[in-house]
Write a protein that binds this ligand. Sequence first.
Ligand code: NAD
Ligand code: UDP
Length: 344
Amino acid sequence: MGQRILITGGAGFIGSHTCLVLLEAGHELVVVDNFDNSSPEALRRVEELSERSALTVVEGDIRQPLVLDQAFRSRGAIDGVIHFAGLKAVGESVADPLRYWDVNLNGSRVLAAAMEQHGCRTLVFSSTSTVYGEPEQFPLREDMTTAPVHPYAQTKLAVEQMLEALCRSSSWRVACLRYFNPVGAHPSGQIGEDPLGVPNNLFPFITQVAAGRRDRLQVFGDDYPTNDGTGIRDYIHVMDLAEAHAVTLDHLLQQPVSSCLTLNIGTGTGLSVLDVVKGFETATGLTIPFDVVERRPGDVPRLQACPEQAKTVLGWTARRSLQEMCRDGWAWQQANPMGYRQPA
Ligand code: NAD
Ligand code: UDP
C-alpha cells in the first residue's frame, strides 16, 4: 500500500531520482526544498515522468520549524521521512564550517524535533563514505573506524550520532545510508545532476568536456598507491541509489521496534579516474582529452565499499554497470546542455 513520505531536498540530484522511484511505487510525497542547489523544474519533470499527480512541494528551509510544520500538515499524517537536504561541497565546508554545521547538523536537529512533534519516527538519512576519512583497509565495512577529516564529513557523522542517540532514547526507526559516489542519470535523460558553475566532481566534469563546454579534464594526481596512480572510488548509478532508499524505507516501516541501521550503499567495485575516462569513451565513442595535474588537497587515494551488509539486511544490491552510468549521464548532458536552466 502507498505510504505518505516527506522528502527533504527532494529537488536535488539524488532526491529527484528517489522521488521518481517512490512515485512509481505508488507513494504520496511531500517535498521540502529551498532550491538552494536545485530547480523546481526537476520536480515538475519527476511528476511528468511518473504520470502521477501525488507530489506536494513546500518551498522553504528545513531549519525553520514553521516550514516543516506546514509540510507535515500539507497532505495528512506522514509515515516516514527521507532526509537529503544539506550542503555537500568539501572545499566549501573547510572555508565556511559554521554554515555546514548549521545546515547539516542544526537542520537535521530541527527536522528530528518536528518529526517527534508530529509523531513520525521513521527516518532515512543521507550520510557519506567520507566519514571513513583516510582508511587503509578495503573494502570498507560499516564497523570500521570513522575518522572524518573535513567539516562536511564531520557534520554527517555528528548527525548519525544524534540519530543513534534518538534510537536509544525512544522508539525511532532510523537508517543512515553511507553513499559512495553517485553518478549517471535517469535513462530518460530528463532528470540528472545539475551542478552550478564549474563541476567539482569527476563525472559531470567528464560529460561537460564531452559536450565541449569544458576544454580538457584535469586528472588530480597520478602518483597515488593505486593500480594506475589515479584515485579510486566506488561509483554507483543514481537509480540504484534511489532504489536503495525505497527498499530501506519499506524495511524500516516493517520494523516493529526501535532500530538504527548504518549501511554502506555502493557497488563494491573500485574504479580509478582513468578507468572512468576509458569507460566513458567506450560507452559513448567519444574522446576525453585530459592532463594530469597536482593532487587535489584533501583527496584520499581510495574509497571502496563492502556492500554485503545492505545485501543481507535489505536484500538490495547495485545492478547497473559503468557503461549504464556513462550512457545515462551522457544522455542527460546532451538533452540538457545547461542543466535545468534552459528548456531541453
Ligand atoms: P543536491 O545539492 O543536489 O541536493 C540537496 C538538496 O537539498 C537541494 O535540492 C537543495 O536545494 C536542498 N537544500 C539544501 N539546503 C537546504 C535547506 N536548508 N533547506 C531545504 N532544502 C535544502 O545534493 P545531492 O547530491 O542530491 O545529495 C543529497 C544528500 O546526499 C546530501 O545530504 C549530501 O550530503 C548527501 N550525499 C551526496 C553525495 C554525492 O556525491 N552527491 C555523496 C554522499 C552523500
Ligand atoms: N577528480 C579528477 N578530476 C576532476 C574531479 C575529480 O581527477 O576534475 C578525481 C578526484 O581526485 C577523485 C575522483 O576523481 O580521485 C572522484 O572525485 P569526485 O570529486 O567526483 O568525488 P569525491 O572526491 O567526493 O570522492
